[in-house]
Ligand binder design. Structure first.
Ligand code: PLP
Length: 499
C-alpha cells in the first residue's frame, strides 16, 4: 500500500488546473496550440511516460534519445529544404533555439578574428528572445525600425547597417507581433556578400509555413534553406508541431558552424561534459512526444492541419476587415495576426484594440494585448491585439465571430486609456524620486507601486479582468521602471507566503 494518498495529491492538482486558462478548445488565442486531435495528445502523453526516467544529457548512454533526435532533425531538415550540410539539435523551446543561434554566431565571428563587442542586427519586430540573447552573450542590439502602418521592414535600412562588427542578422518567418514575413532572400543575399551569418527565426512559422500559400493562392517567397545566405533556422515543435511545451529545433548550415553551438570540457574531475544545448541533465519527454507526433501526422497530417488554420485565418481577416473601427495591421503571413485601430475614421467610430480585447475576454475568448512601442527613430508602433489561430479555431469560427463583433460594438467610440491620467494616479512623489534617482526601485518600493496600481500580487497571482489600463501603463512608464515592476509582479507570484 502506498504511504501517500495519490488521489488527494492529484485531486488538488486537478483543482488548481481548473483555475488555469483553458488549454484546449481554442478559447485562448496565444500560448497554446490545440491540434483538435485528442488522439495526438494521448500519443504524446504515452511517449513522454515511456522516457520519463531518461536523462537526455547523454545520448550515448540513452541511445533512444539519439535516434529520436536524429529522426526529428531529419524530418525538419527535409521540411525546410536543407541539404546534407544542414545539421541540428532539438532544444527546450524557441528561446533556447534563438539563444543558441546567437551564441553560435558570436563564437564563429570571434573565431574569424572579430574582437570587441559584436552587433546583432534585426528588425524591431524580431522576437524578444534575441534581446535576451544579446544581454546574456554580450552583443549590442541594433534594431531597425519598421513601417508603423504595415509593420514591414524597408530592407535597405537594414542592409546599410551590415558591417564587419555584425555577428548575426536575424529575420523572421514570420514575426510574432505582426506576422510579417521579412524579405529574407534580399537580406540573406546581402549577408552572404558581407560574410555575415543570417538566422531565420521560424519559431512560430517553421512547422506551418511549409504548407502555407499567399492570400492569392500563390507560393510564398523562399524563406528557408533554399535561400543561399541563410545560415540557421529555428522552428518550434511546441507551436505548430503540436507537441507539449519544451521542444524546438535549431538547424544550422555547416558542421563546423554548428560545432560552435556546443560546450565541451574535460577540465574538471567529473565526467567529460559535452552539451549541444544550454541545459545539462534534461528531460527527453518533449523530444519523445514531438517524435511520436511527427510519426503520427507526417507531412500530410501537418498539411491538413495547416489548411484548416489557413481557412480560419482568412476568415478572421475578413471578419476583422469588416468590423468598422478596426483593421488588420499589414499583410500577415501565417496563422496569426495583429489588430489595430482604423485611424482613417473619426474617433467616435474607431475601436481601441485593447478595449476590444477586454470585451472579447468577457465573452470567454482570450486575445493577447500587445503594447505600442517607440522605435529607435522616434516613430511609434501602435498598440495592437494579437490572435494566434490553431486548427480548433475553424470549427468555432461562428462563435468567435459573434464575440469579436459584439465586443466591437461595445468598444466602438470608447477612447483609448489616457496614459497620462494613469500616470497621474500613481504616487507622484515616488515617481519623481525614481526619475531623479533619489529613490531606488528595490523590491519593497516596487511592491508599493504595484499595490498603488491595484496589482499587489502575493497570494493570488493573476491579472485584472481589464488589461487595457495595465498595458497603457506599460507604454507610459519609463521602460526600466516597467520592467522592474513586472519582474516584481512575477517574482512575488511564486513567493511562499510570509510565515
Ligand atoms: C514563440 C517564439 C519565440 C520564442 O519561443 P519560446 O518557445 O516561447 O521560447 C521566438 N520567436 C518567435 C517568432 C516566436 O513566435
Amino acid at each position: 500500500m502506498a504511504s501517500f494518498d495519490a488521489a488527494a495529491i492529484l485531486g488538488r492538482l486537478a483543482a488548481l488546473r481548473e483555475a488555469d486558462a483553458p488549454t484546449h478548445g481554442g478559447r485562448v488565442l496565444s500560448y497554446v496550440y490545440d491540434s483538435g486531435m485528442p488522439e495526438i495528445d494521448e500519443l504524446a502523453a504515452e511517449a513522454m511516460r515511456l522516457v520519463q526516467p531518461v536523462n537526455g544529457l547523454d545520448p550515448t548512454t540513452f541511445t533512444s534519445v539519439a535516434v529520436m533526435e536524429r529522426e526529428v532533425v531529419g524530418f525538419a531538415r527535409e521540411l525546410l529544404h536543407g541539404g546534407d550540410d544542414v545539421v541540428g539539435s532539438v532544444t527546450s523551446g524557441g528561446t533556447e533555439s534563438c539563444l543558441l543561434a546567437v551564441k553560435t554566431a558570436r563564437d564563429v565571428w570571434r573565431a574569424a578574428g572579430g574582437t570587441g563587442t559584436p552587433r546583432l542586427l534585426a528588425p524591431v519586430t524580431a522576437h524578444a528572445a534575441f534581446q535576451k540573447a544579446a544581454a546574456l552573450f554580450d552583443l549590442t542590439l541594433d534594431l531597425v525600425p519598421v513601417d508603423p502602418r504595415t509593420g514591414r521592414l524597408d530592407v535597405s535600412r537594414l542592409i546599410e547597417r551590415i558591417g564587419p562588427d555584425v555577428a548575426l542578422v536575424v529575420v523572421s518567418a514570420p514575426s510574432y507581433p505582426y506576422a510579417t514575413l521579412d524579405p529574407i532572400e534580399v537580406v540573406a543575399a546581402a549577408c552572404e556578400d558581407a560574410g555575415v551569418a543570417c538566422h531565420v527565426d521560424a519559431c512560430i512559422g517553421g512547422w506551418i509555413l511549409p504548407f502555407w500559400r499567399a492570400a492569392d493562392g500563390s507560393a510564398l517567397p523562399a524563406w528557408d534553406f533554399r535561400v543561399p545566405g541563410v545560415t540557421s533556422v529555428s522552428a518550434d515543435l511546441h507551436k505548430y508541431g503540436y507537441a507539449p511545451k519544451g521542444a524546438s529545433v535549431l538547424l544550422q548550415r555547416g558542421r563546423d558552424r554548428q560545432r560552435r553551438q556546443y560546450f565541451a570540457t574535460t577540465g574538471w574531475p567529473g565526467y567529460p561534459v559535452v552539451n549541444s544545448t544550454l541545459l545539462g541533465s534534461k528531460s527527453a519527454g518533449s523530444l519523445a512526444a514531438s517524435w511520436a507526433i511527427i510519426q503520427a501526422l507526417g507531412a500530410r497530417g501537418f498539411a491538413r492541419l495547416a489548411e484548416s488554420c489557413r481557412r480560419a485565418t482568412r476568415g478572421l481577416q475578413d471578419i476583422v476587415g469588416d468590423i468598422e473601427g478596426l483593421r488588420v495591421l499589414g499583410d500577415p503571413t501565417g496563422p496569426l495576426l495583429a489588430v489595430t485601430t482604423d485611424e482613417s475614421l473619426p474617433s467616435e467610430r474607431r475601436i481601441d484594440p485593447h478595449h476590444w480585447a477586454d470585451r472579447v475576454r468577457r465573452r470567454g475568448w482570450v486575445l493577447q494585448l500587445q503594447p505600442g512601442l517607440v522605435q529607435p527613430d522616434g516613430t511609434r508602433l501602435p498598440h495592437t491585439t494579437h490572435l494566434t489561430i490553431t486548427p480548433v479555431t475553424e470549427g468555432r469560427i461562428d462563435e468567435l465571430e459573434a464575440a469579436l463583433r459584439g465586443a466591437a460594438d461595445e468598444a466602438r467610440g470608447v477612447p483609448p486609456v489616457d496614459a497620462d491620467a494613469v500616470l497621474a494616479s500613481l504616487p507622484g512623489d515616488l515617481l519623481a524620486g525614481l526619475a531623479a534617482g533619489d529613490v531606488e526601485l528595490d523590491s519593497a518600493t516596487a511592491a508599493q507601486l504595484l499595490a498603488s496600481i491595484g496589482l499587489a500580487g502575493g497570494a493570488t497571482p493573476g491579472l485584472p479582468d481589464d488589461q487595457a489600463p495595465l498595458l497603457a501603463l506599460v507604454s507610459a512608464l519609463p521602460r526600466p521602471i516597467t520592467e522592474r515592476l513586472l519582474t516584481e509582479l512575477l517574482a512575488r507570484a511564486v513567493e511562499p507566503p510570509d510565515a
